[in-house]
Ligand binder design. Structure first.
Ligand code: LLP
Length: 437
C-alpha cells in the first residue's frame, strides 16, 4: 500500500520503501537526470484543479491559473489543456502562455506596474481583461488602447482592507499595501474608468494575499467586495464579472487550509444570499494548483558536524529553493528511500539513528538554508526530497553563484517528460559580452 505523504496528494508516496511520483521511482529519475531535480505529478495538478471545478459546478466560472507560481511551459500546457485561463503579470508571461498553446482571450493581466510596451503587446494579442491597480494606470491604458485602435476590457483591483493573516510579504489586501485601488476611492475610480474612451469596464477584482489557511479572510473580503459592487452599480456602471483572486494556502507543515470545493461552497452560498450567484465568476489560484504537486530531489554532498550545529550540505540551494531564505518558509525534507520496516514521517525517517541538522546549500551566504533543525538519518551521497516544491520555487529560481537552474520532469502516469533541461553555463552567459578594448 503506498504511504501518502501529503494529504490529498496520493501521487507522491512511498511504495516498498522507495519514493515514487506517480509510477516513477524518484531514484531512477535522479540517476538519469542528476540533481537538483524538480519532479512534478500531473495527476496532482489535475486533482487540485478538480477540487475547484467541483466547487464551481453549475456556475458561470473560469479558473485563471496564476502562472507566477510555476510558469514552466510544460506546466502551463497541463492547465491550458484542462481549459484554464491564465493570470499573468508581465509581457514575458504572456509570451509563455502563447508558447504553451494557451488562448490570450482567456488571459487576465494583473500587476501594479504594467509598462506601455506590455500594454501594447497585450492589447495586440487580445488579452481578455486588464486588472488595473491605479488611476494613473487607467489613463495610460486608455491612451495605449486608442493608439492601437482597440478597446481594453478592464476590471479594477480593489483593496478590501482585510488581513489574510499570512506572511507580511505575501499580504496584499491591507491599507498599507501597494496593491489595488483604495477602498474609499473605488467608486470614483470606476467613474473615471467608465469615462475614458479607450476602456470598457467589465469587472471587479480583489486578491488579499497568498498562503491563506483560514476561511474568514475570504468570507470578509467577499462581503466587502459585494458592498463595493452595489455602490458601483448604484452609480450606473454594470459589473459583469467578479474575480476573487487567488491565495488559498497548502499544507507545508501541518497547516489545514480549507479544501477548495468546501471553501467555494461557502463563498457561493454567500454570493447566492446576496443575489450575485449567477454572475460570471473568476479566480486566480496559483500555489494551491501546483505547490504540493512537486518535489525537489537533491543529493547530500557532505555531512559537517559543527560546534553548535550539524550541517547537512546538499546540492540544492537558495537559488533553486528561495522560499526559506526569503520568507523563513518551511519545506518538509525526507529521504527518498526508507527501510520498509519504518513508518515514514515528515522529515524523519529512522529515528533510531537520526541526528538534528541544518540542511543548507552550497551558496556563499548564511541565508542559504533549506531547513533548520531537521531530524534526519542521512549519509553522504543519499538523496533527499524537498516537498511542496511545485510553487514559487523554479519560477523564483536564480543563477546566483552562477548556478544553472535545475532540470524539471513532469510525470504523467508511467511517462516522465523532461519539461526543462538543466541550464548550462553557456546558457547563462549567452547574452553577455566582453568589452572591446
Ligand atoms: N493573483 C494575484 C494578483 C497575485 O498577486 C497572486 C500571487 C495570485 C493571484 C496567486 O496567489 P496564490 O494562489 O499562488 O497564493 N512568492 C511567494 C508568493 C507570492 C504570491 C504573489 N501573488 C511565496 O513563495 O510564498
Amino acid at each position: 500500500m503506498p504511504h501518502e505523504l501529503l494529504p490529498g496528494h496520493p501521487h507522491i508516496a512511498y511504495k516498498n520503501g522507495d519514493l515514487y511520483v506517480e509510477n516513477q521511482r524518484v531514484a531512477d529519475l535522479a540517476s538519469q537526470h542528476s540533481t537538483p531535480l524538480f519532479v512534478y505529478s500531473k495527476a496532482s495538478m489535475l486533482d487540485a484543479l478538480a477540487a475547484y471545478q467541483r466547487g464551481f459546478a453549475g456556475r458561470k466560472a473560469r479558473i485563471h491559473y496564476a502562472m507566477k507560481a510555476n510558469s514552466s511551459l510544460g506546466v502551463l500546457q497541463v492547465f491550458a489543456q484542462a481549459g484554464c485561463g491564465f493570470d499573468i503579470v508581465s509581457g514575458g508571461e504572456l509570451e509563455r502562455v502563447i508558447a504553451a498553446g494557451g488562448d490570450p482571450a482567456l488571459v487576465i493581466f494583473s500587476g501594479v506596474g504594467k509598462t506601455r510596451a506590455e500594454m501594447k503587446q497585450a492589447l495586440q494579442a487580445g488579452v481578455g481583461c486588464f486588472n488595473v491597480e491605479s488611476e494613473a494606470e487607467l489613463e495610460v491604458l486608455s491612451e495605449m488602447a486608442i493608439s492601437v485602435g482597440k478597446t481594453a476590457n478592464v476590471s479594477l483591483r480593489v483593496n478590501p482592507n482585510v488581513d489574510p493573516q499570512t506572511h507580511p510579504y505575501i499580504s496584499t489586501g491591507l491599507k498599507g499595501s501597494k496593491f489595488g485601488v483604495a477602498h474609499d476611492r473605488t467608486v470614483q475610480t470606476y467613474q473615471r474608468a467608465a469615462a475614458l474612451p479607450g476602456l470598457k469596464v467589465i469587472g471587479i477584482d480583489c486578491h488579499i494575499g497568498s498562503q491563506i489557511v483560514l476561511e474568514s479572510p475570504y468570507l470578509d473580503a467577499v462581503d466587502r467586495m459585494l458592498d463595493l459592487v452595489e455602490s458601483i452599480e448604484a452609480v450606473g456602471i454594470p459589473i459583469h464579472h467578479l474575480d476573487f483572486g487567488g491565495g488559498l494556502g497548502i499544507n507545508y507543515n501541518g497547516e489545514t487550509p480549507p479544501a477548495a470545493d468546501d471553501l467555494w461552497h461557502k463563498l457561493l452560498a454567500k454570493l447566492d444570499a446576496r443575489g450575485f450567484g449567477q454572475r460570471q465568476l473568476m479566480i486566480e489560484p496559483g500555489r494551491s494548483l501546483v505547490g504540493n504537486a512537486g518535489i525537489c530531489v537533491t543529493e547530500v554532498l557532505y555531512l559537517k558536524p559543527g560546534e553548535q550545529k550539524n550541517f547537512c550540505i546538499i546540492d540544492a540551494a537558495m537559488n533553486d529553493l528561495p522560499r526559506p531564505a526569503m520568507y523563513q518558509a518551511y519545506h518538509a525534507i525526507i529521504n527518498i528511500a526508507i527501510q520498509a520496516t519504518n513508518t515514514p514521517a515528515r522529515g524523519i525517517n529512522d529515528t533510531k539513528n537520526a541526528i538534528v541538522y541544518d540542511v543548507v546549500g552550497p551558496v556563499c551566504e548564511s541565508g542559504d538554508w533549506i531547513g533548520r533543525d531537521r531530524t534526519l538519518n542521512v549519509k553522504q551521497g543519499d538523496l533527499l526530497a524537498v516537498l511542496s516544491a511545485g510553487a514559487y520555487c523554479m519560477s523564483m529560481a536564480s543563477n546566483y553563484n552562477t548556478r544553472g537552474r535545475a532540470a524539471e520532469i513532469l510525470v504523467d502516469g508511467d511517462k516522465p517528460h523532461v519539461i526543462r533541461q538543466r541550464e548550462t553555463t553557456a546558457d547563462q552567459i549567452r547574452a553577455e559580452f566582453l568589452i572591446n578594448v
